[in-house]
Design a protein around this ligand. Structure first.
Ligand code: XIL
Length: 346
């Protein structure tokens, strides 16, 4: 039988995101697979700020504590996701009691207290944190998030500084998607250098790798690995999945709400995945892992964004109710045919 963590031993950690049923061990088959195959875990949602601090000063660590206890029990490399992100952040974070934006000082103080509270709770247990998520746009500019609008670009080094204060031994990561786009790649490298120039540590850059069957080109991914690594940071693949479905945007620019009319067109594999598509998916995955293994001196971890197809967010995003096949294990917890090929590369 294939065992991913044995195959990639000495090359990089191989990880998966866990949902709440898995964290609470209500899903025995999934948990058995996690223990058998993976040596790193990240929480898919429960460590995001809207869950950890739903109201100011009111923290809820129930699920996150359980995630950490599960990882420790199974001797896993634990990744915390994510401290500062414009999405899945509670609205109060940016607003005063009248719903107006808070001042720069107030937002910095809220960032500090959130990061200090969360990181110090798991000091010595969480090996690395996605400190800032998705702060750069595809054109390389800063995303005009509330953090950016209210604080300016300093919010990024400040977040890393606060995390470092709370756990000086934890690794600290910047994480983003579509990192193979040249302008975005360059933008991220600039952000990383701006952190380093202030003497604040950053240990890793995460490439999310939510991919499709055709884009991006492999050589652009490789260029990104080299560019990120040239900063001195480790590179990691943090949220790997490969959707086999057409993206909503490909549907003549239709708004997502309009795409329901095209549901069949956009959900072509409800009855199963044809061999031809499975082969294409396999080819894509094999090519990705070839690149990761070629650069395994630079890549410290490859994490899949889910244990198996039935749990993937891609069944619900960007269009709800689709049937996607983006992961390594199928809906019966069986490795897909090409997983053997991936393992044989190592
Ligand atoms: C996704 C989760 O998988 C979904 O369950 C949730 O509804 C939305 O967030 N980039 C990230 C992840 O950094 O946190 C996102 O996870 C996927 C995109």
């Amino acid at each position: 039988p294939v065992v991913l963590k044995e195959a990639f031993q000495g090359r990089f950690y191989i990880g998966t995101a866990l949902n709440l049923d898995q964290i609470w061990e209500r899903d025995g088959e999934a948990i058995a697979l996690v223990q058998q195959q993976f040596n790193s875990i990240v929480a898919e949602n429960c460590m995001k700020s809207m869950y950890l601090q739903p109201r100011e000063g009111e923290f809820n660590f129930t699920d996150a504590d359980r995630f950490v206890a599960f990882g420790q029990k199974h001797d896993m490399h634990l990744v915390g996701h994510t401290l500062i992100w414009h999405s899945q952040a509670p609205r109060w974070f940016f607003s005063d009691e009248n719903g107006k934006d808070v001042s720069r000082d107030v937002l910095i103080a809220r960032m500090r207290s959130h990061i200090h509270k969360v990181v110090s709770r798991y000091k010595g247990k969480i090996a690395g944190w996605d400190v800032v998520n998705e702060a750069v746009l595809d054109n390389g500019e800063y995303r005009k998030s509330k953090f950016y609008q209210i604080i300016g670009e300093d919010f990024i080094p400040l977040a890393f500084q606060f995390a470092h204060e709370a756990d000086p031994d934890a690794e600290l990561y910047y994480n983003d998607y579509s990192t193979a786009i040249p302008a975005k790649r360059d933008g991220i490298v600039k952000v990383v250098k701006s952190i380093q120039e202030r003497g604040i540590p950053i240990h890793g850059i995460g490439m999310q790798e939510h991919q499709g069957l055709y884009h991006p080109e492999l050589d652009e991914i490789e260029k990104t690995i080299l560019a990120f690594s040239s900063t001195g940071a480790k590179v990691m693949v943090t949220e790997l999945d490969v959707s086999v479905l057409p993206h909503a945007r490909e549907n003549q620019g239709a708004e997502i709400s309009e795409t329901y009319a095209y549901k069949n067109e956009l959900n072509p594999y409800v009855d199963g995945l044809p061999d031809s598509v499975m082969n294409k998916l396999g080819e894509r995955y094999v090519n990705f892992f070839k690149v990761y293994l070629k650069h395994s001196d630079k890549i410290s971890r490859v994490t899949l964004w889910g244990v198996g197809d039935q749990y993937s967010w891609k069944n619900g995003w960007p269009i709800p109710g689709r049937t996607d096949y983006p992961l390594l294990f199928d809906r019966n917890f069986k490795p897909k045919p090409f997983v053997q090929d991936i393992v044989s590369l190592a």
